[in-house]
Design a protein around this ligand. Structure first.
Ligand code: ADP
Ligand code: MG
Length: 255
């Protein structure tokens, strides 16, 4: 990546659903090792913005660049290959599958693509699968789920599901990580651990875009935040500065 090129650059993206304008003219840049918070009341368009960046939703307008490459016409899978990974606001692990296997299956190689490879080079595929299991287990340990590695994902608490979701996203070794409300439904004891782990991931140089309602998490992780309201960018700055901005206060009060 040439110096000075942001990890992620979003310019003037917009998306409507029927008559509802969900995202309307949002832009920002995120450099390697930076972390940007995205806040705003429910319905502000935060999750839609994530969908546009991750590629699960097509934008009506605007540009999205990952390390300088325009990706707004590419699908989600292609963007994962370019170094982008996301977590979902509501994690949906395979409930009967083990915690470890949930992480292993998040590896970018799709089973469909592997059918031919396993026929032509079974040894290589087996070695790759072993390497994937080792990596998955290291991530499960990093996120303190190792004692649950062999249990079905359905036994996990809300907070543990968020950790599993994070492990699945990290399996792709992203350079840009999108986190949609990692603190939602997490008990306070686990919250500190999640904050610590996100800080550690970010300190390794991974750019992080963090949607979160929990202002404690935002204050502790984000030097800068973007506030969205009704699909539009409303304010940006430090968490304390934006939260004392009367327009932001009004947006949260439903004004
Ligand atoms: P946030 O994550 O900030 O709560 P969302 O991005 O989920 O906001 O939603 C923004 C707006 O877009 C809301 O009015 C929501 O109802 C609407 N919206 C989001 N996704 C869809 C969809 N798939 N179909 C129709 N409307 C949607
Ligand atoms: Mg949302």
């Amino acid at each position: 990546v040439p110096p000075g090129v942001p990890a992620l650059a979003v310019e003037d993206v917009g998306r409507s659903f029927g008559g509802v304008v969900a995202v309307d003219g949002v832009g920002f840049t995120l450099r390697a090792g930076e972390i940007l918070g995205v806040i705003g009341p429910n319905g502000a368009g935060k999750s839609t913005l994530f969908g546009l960046v991750a590629g699960s939703l097509a934008p009506d307008r605007g540009t999205i660049r990952i390390e300088g490459v325009a990706v707004e016409r590419e699908g989600a899978h292609k963007r994962v290959g370019r170094g982008l990974a996301r977590t979902f606001q509501i994690p949906k692990p395979f409930p009967e599958m083990s915690v470890l296997d949930n992480v292993v299956t998040a590896a970018t190689g799709q089973s469909g693509e592997r059918v031919l490879a396993s026929l032509l080079a079974p040894g290589r595929v087996r070695r790759e699968e072993e390497a994937a299991r080792e990596k998955a287990y290291a991530l499960v340990r990093f996120l303190a789920l190792d004692h649950l590695a062999d249990r079905p994902a359905k036994v996990l608490s809300g907070g543990q599901r968020k950790l599993l979701e994070l492990a699945r996203a990290l399996m792709a070794e992203p350079r840009v990580l999108l986190l949609d409300e990692p603190a939602a439904g997490v008990n306070p004891a686990l919250l500190d651990f999640i904050i610590e782990r996100i800080a550690e991931i970010n300190a390794r140089g991974i750019a992080v875009l963090l949607i979160e309602h929990n202002m404690d998490m935002i204050r502790r992780l984000c030097p800068s935040v973007l506030v969205m309201a009704s699909g539009r960018p409303l304010a940006s700055g430090t968490p304390d500065a934006v939260m004392s901005d009367p327009r932001v206060v009004e947006a949260y009060l439903g004004g």
